[in-house]
Design a protein around this ligand. Structure first.
Ligand SMILES: NC(=O)c1ccc[n+]([C@@H]2O[C@H](COP(=O)([O-])OP(=O)(O)OC[C@H]3O[C@@H](n4cnc5c(N)ncnc54)[C@H](O)[C@@H]3O)[C@@H](O)[C@H]2O)c1
Length: 384
């Protein structure tokens, strides 16, 4: 068993999700690689207690990421810090020769993303990917397989979305995700957008232009002392794009691609969904119904009947879980980490679906930057 020794920079919500996935690696079968967490870094030392209690393998606790990067026993880093720090810390990680799974949006804006991509180009031996876990749901992999087998016919339209409702409550306290200096001008697009683009981009469905409608709903929220503070970032974004089918997963023609990211979507706690409509086949999946895939096959003159199938637990990487059981968020995180570790350890051949590549993050930044321009000018903007 090959061991990849990991450092975590940013031990908050997502740092703990990775640590927990590493702790239940035995859930995966047939793996010849596993992560071991050896060092962690966060400015908030109060977070260290949970890690100390659960991870005897951790040798270093620090508030300085350079101290973690200087360690010879760290092979790779998971970095989950606020967006304003992505460029600086990701660059430092790559320059230190450590492999990286970074969090989206992979730079607070297009300039920051380009800095990260430049660092990667200068260090070709460092393996870098961006996080996105929802495509590892079994039903999503069925949609990917259908597209790769060109089963949709002419693609009529694709809608990919990620909707939350956690900001519906106007009394919810403000946090860094509502402040431009930490979260960036993209707002909800930076936060949620890469999740919606991973599958379309991997299938070669690349946005060529965008007409954007960006919405700010809650203008201010209570701060730490109860005083109201302005919410600066976009709450909801609806991006209508013309997408080119660059890999011919359909019939090679252009089609409407709708990307929606919403933090204020009543009733949606964490609803990631994908809908593909084609002349021969249509398929839909939403994490609202995690074990259900809906699909409709059509032959000219034939019936038009949507079918609903319980897909069970058939994940890209085999696990101990029986195929009749349900798949959930933490399973998707585990699968994403399996994809990252397998690809890093040189096992990419036959990998069903790899993590987001740096080039795919570049396209996402082109789209979000064009969407801001579209919103400002109320125009259709061609992606550059
Ligand atoms: N993949 C997903 O599903 C998913 C979900 C939520 C957030 N995210 C992404 O993860 C990243 C972090 O978000 P989060 O929700 O975990 O935030 P969080 O606020 O819970 O955690 C961020 C942590 O970074 C620490 N930090 C800040 N500055 C630091 C520094 N200079 N050095 C070390 N640590 C520092 C903070 O103290 C905090 O503990 C963001 O990029 C976000 O977009 C991804």
């Amino acid at each position: 068993m090959k061991i990849i020794r990991f450092g975590i920079i940013g031990c908050g919500l997502m740092g703990r999700e990775f640590a927990s996935a590493a702790a239940r690696w035995c859930h995966l079968l047939d793996m010849d690689v596993r992560p071991e967490i050896v060092a962690i870094c966060d400015k908030n030392a109060d977070l260290f207690g949970w890690y100390k209690k659960n991870f005897p393998s951790i040798q270093c606790y620090t508030g300085e990421h350079q101290e973690l990067l200087a360690r010879a026993d760290v092979d790779a880093v998971y970095c989950a810090v606020p967006h304003n720090l992505h460029a600086e810390i990701y660059e430092d990680i790559i320059r230190a020769g450590k492999h990286l799974l970074g969090e989206k949006p992979f730079g607070i804006d297009k300039a920051a993303n380009e800095r990260i991509l430049d660092a990667i180009a200068k260090h070709p031996n460092v393996f870098v990917r961006c996080s996105s876990e929802f495509p590892y749901y079994p039903a999503v992999q069925r949609i990917v397989a259908a597209a790769r087998a060109k089963k949709f016919g002419t693609i009529l339209e694709v809608e990919s979305g990620f909707h939350h409702s956690s900001d519906l409550d106007p009394n919810k306290a403000i946090n860094w995700k509502r402040m431009i200096r930490f979260n960036g001008e993209y707002g909800c697009m930076g936060d949620l957008g890469m999740h919606t683009l991973h599958v379309p981009l991997r299938l070669g469905w690349v946005p060529q232009d965008v007409r954007a409608m960006l919405v700010k709903v809650v203008k201010e929220r209570p701060g730490k002392d109860g005083k109201m503070e302005p919410c600066e970032t976009w709450d909801n974004a609806i991006l209508q794009c013309r997408a080119k089918d660059t890999l011919g997963a359909g019939d090679g023609s252009s089609f409407p691609l709708t990307i929606t990211t919403k933090r204020i979507s009543p009733g949606d706690t964490d609803n990631w969904f994908l809908k593909v409509k084609g002349t021969r086949l249509s398929m839909e999946f939403s994490t609202k119904e995690p074990k259900t895939m809906r699909w409709m096959e059509y032959t000219p003159g034939g019936e038009q009947a949507w079918k609903s199938e319980e897909v069970g637990y058939v994940a890209p990487f085999k696990t101990i879980t029986g195929h009749i059981f349900e798949f959930g968020f933490t399973d998707a995180i585990l699968q994403m980490w399996a994809a990252f570790c397998v690809e890093l350890s040189g096992g990419a051949t036959g990998l069903a679906f790899g993590c987001v590549t740096p080039e795919e993050t570049r396209v996402s930044h082109r789209l979000f930057t064009a969407a801001l321009e579209s919103q400002r000018g109320n125009t259709v903007v061609t992606l550059r």
